[in-house]
Design a protein around this ligand. Structure first.
Ligand SMILES: *[C@@H]1O[C@H](CO)[C@@H](O)[C@H](O)[C@H]1NC(C)=O
Length: 442
């Protein structure tokens, strides 16, 4: 069935599916940008990408001001809102709008429905007005959210190997630390992680975690972030020992059937490698290349870039150079595209339930489905277009266990595959001063 729509220049274009539909680059195309809607310039005209967007309070959405006719589109500040890739993606995802509306009509218990694109835009239904933070910045990037990452990649075992030799002193170390923290933020409860720093010796940033991988849950991630912050650069770097150590841990975990049992990767963060260390890779990773090696070259210097690039390219990884703090986010996300590729190629886009989180007042679960690009491209490219999802309030799930069926002293509770309690009559969620959700069992 073809989906046709009329662009603003009145040209009609038809798409084979919501995901196979492109606009010609010359075509002008406007969309409701959730930051710019209802904004006017000094002449009282609506700003570009703005326009009038009627919002009404809706009880079903916690009395927020929403528009149930249209979804609208949010972009983080660092993504250009008229980038051709964004325009194309926003345009083709417009076909989701009638689907969102229809879903909501058919099931009025549904709450938020959305599409997070791999290009960085976030289409949300019902449409809302998005407010920047106190600095005028929109930092929300759907691609960094746990639900997006959990759906876009399968569970992963990751060892972050960071160079703390003398040459990394100063700004390079700051960028390296920021890179590690950004990588940690891409991990969740289904992933396993460890961090190894090296100069003349191999140091586990947490000595208690020597030789193992730990679950990348919130506690461990926060603990690692504190330790990484204390790292100091000195001495001479010997990357081969650290990489060798990482291969050993990953192999032990794999052979013991522990860890994520899916993807394994080493993230090497350095300002250059004097050799390519071929013998290490030959001995521990070839010919199967079970472990991918992603390399992040920190700084502007490219003298030793060649070896760093060689390491990534010969171990099914990806090489990126990070010269400034502003580059970190976008460059780190690249590895997720690589890891999401096999999922797309294998047609592996099952429904995924994420961790529970708080939606202003009541806990909800997210139901997300990765949206691979059209079939035609699967075999050759395997590009992930994005992730579609819908929030499911926990109270809807609990309705499946009505009191009268449980008996006088019976009660229902929910447990995740990771052993975390999602819902329990004595579980009282507390929302702290950060965006963190802490749960306390009394
Ligand atoms: C949503 O906004 C559009 C554009 O302003 C408007 O035509 C429509 O009536 C609004 N829908 C609702 C339910 O308010």
């Amino acid at each position: 069935e073809h989906i046709c729509q009329r662009a603003t220049d009145n040209k009609l274009s038809c798409c084979l599916s919501p995901f196979l539909c492109l606009i010609a680059p010359h075509q002008q195309f406007d969309y409701y940008n959730s930051l710019l809607i209802n904004e006017k310039d000094e002449n009282d005209n609506y700003v570009e990408l703005g326009d009038e967007f009627i919002l009404e309070p809706n009880e079903h959405f916690n009395n927020l001001l929403v528009n149930t006719t249209y979804s609208d589109v949010q972009l983080p500040t660092n993504v250009y809102n008229k980038d051709p890739d964004i325009l194309n993606g926003v345009y083709m995802s417009e076909a989701l709008n009638p689907i969102f509306v229809d879903n909501f009509q058919r099931d009025p218990t549904l709450t938020w429905q959305y599409f997070g694109s791999s290009t960085g835009f976030f289409r949300l239904y019902p449409g809302i007005k998005w407010m920047p933070d106190e600095n005028g910045v929109i930092s929300f990037d759907c691609r960094n959210r746990g639900w997006y990452i959990q759906a876009a990649t399968s569970p992963k075992d990751i060892i972050i190997v960071v160079d703390i030799s003398g040459s990394m002193k100063g700004l390079l170390m700051t960028i390296a630390k920021h890179t590690i923290i950004t990588i940690l933020d891409t991990l969740g409860e289904n992933d396993f992680v460890n961090i190894i720093a090296y100069n003349d010796y191999v140091h586990y940033v947490e000595p208690c975690f020597k030789g193992i991988l730990v679950q990348a849950d919130r506690d461990n991630r926060e603990h690692f972030k504190q330790l990484v912050d204390e790292l100091q650069a000195k001495g001479v770097g010997t990357v081969n020992k650290a990489v060798l150590e990482s291969f050993k841990i990953l192999r032990e975990f794999r052979e013991a059937g522990q860890g994520g049992l899916c993807n394994q990767a080493i993230m090497l963060i350095t300002d250059g490698a004097v050799e390519d260390y071929e013998s290490v890779f030959e001995k521990y990773n070839w010919p199967d290349r079970k472990v991918r090696v992603f390399t992040y070259l920190i700084g502007r210097e490219v003298t030793f870039a060649q070896n760093v690039k060689w390491i990534a390219c010969n171990n099914k990884g990806y090489y990126t150079q990070i010269s400034t703090l502003a580059d970190v986010q976008e460059n780190v996300m690249e590895y997720l595209h690589v890891l999401s590729r096999p999922m797309v190629i294998n047609h592996d886009h099952d429904i995924i339930w994420t961790e529970a989180y708080m939606d202003s007042s009541s806990p909800v679960l997210l139901l997300v489905i990765p949206a691979p690009s059209c079939r035609r491209f699967w075999r050759s490219h395997g590009i992930l277009l994005g992730v579609v999802g819908s929030d499911v309030p926990l109270r809807e799930l609990l309705k499946l266990a009505p009191r009268y069926k449980l008996g006088v002293h019976g009660y229902a509770f929910l447990n995740t595959n990771n052993g975390y309690i999602l819902s329990h009559p004595d579980l009282r969620p507390l929302v702290g001063d950060s965006d963190a959700l802490t749960t306390v069992v009394i």
